[in-house]
Design a protein around this ligand. Sequence first.
Ligand code: GDP
Length: 313
Amino acid sequence: MQIMDKSDKIFVAGHRGMVGSAVMRRLKTQAFSNVVTRERAQLDLTNESAVAKFFEQERPHIVLAAAAKVGGIKANNDYPVEFLVENLRIQNNVIRSAYENGVRKLLFLGSSCIYPKFAPQPILESTLLSGPLEPTNEAYAIAKIAGIKLCQAFSREYGANFISAMPTNLYGPNDNFDLETSHVLAALLRKAHEAKTRNDRKLVVWGTGKPRREFLHVDDLAAACLLLLEKYDSPEIINVGCGEDISIGELAELICQVVGFDGQLAWDTTKPDGTPRKLLDVSKIRALGWRPAITLQDGIKATYDWFVANFAQ
Ligand code: GDP
């Protein structure tokens, strides 16, 4: 078992993103004193030689690979080239440089969209590569699967302790609230807020409202990441979710209730539903003693407060 020392040098790749910033908050409250970050303007993670130079100079002990190009169903569907190329570049550079510079442990973050579209629910880790992917996020999923396989290859061929976690759909502070590129929860929070502010009677939701998704607050994921860095040393992927799902229709109603919008929901069925259901089997991480602390209702409320304080006009 690998225990992290509070003075270990930890590189958080993607520290400005929703996941990276949650990990930064968690590292701070846990009194880790040697965290290394780089702004995008200082270090372009898609640039191979720049990443190699950074690792040679800094030589971190631990790496949390949370940098990625991410987006909701529309962005993923519209820009497969960018999702594939950028993510492959970032992860290849970070994972390889980590190995070449003696990183003791690396945690790579994947996504629940790596699993087959019609995987039995709840989704077991062992269903990876057992069937076709959901087309709307295939490019992103293929990149993430390549990242998992690269970590496993470094582990098998060179004995590296590089692990991969698969979080379910995430939300929380620093989420993307752009309506074209965001995920559903952030999009609906913003739409409901703006509809309330404008006194609209109608809020447009994409798809049929029937797909089911599982939502995890990013602070719960951050706690899971630290636990995995401390306690999980297997190259086998591990799911991180809350173990419960909800339909998009129910989510929209819950969000309207939290925001205080009492108009009608309207369904835009010209927009894709995506995969019918995505609920992770979380027995493996539960057995390590982790479970989420934030309920969906409380998490949505806290995220709405954050949105109003930081984003809303
Ligand atoms: P997914 O989990 O990869 O499908 O990503 P999303 O979070 O983008 O979408 C989840 C589901 O919410 C899909 O069925 C979408 O069609 C639906 N949805 C409903 N309204 C919205 C919206 O305003 N934005 C997004 N991104 N999805 C929406």
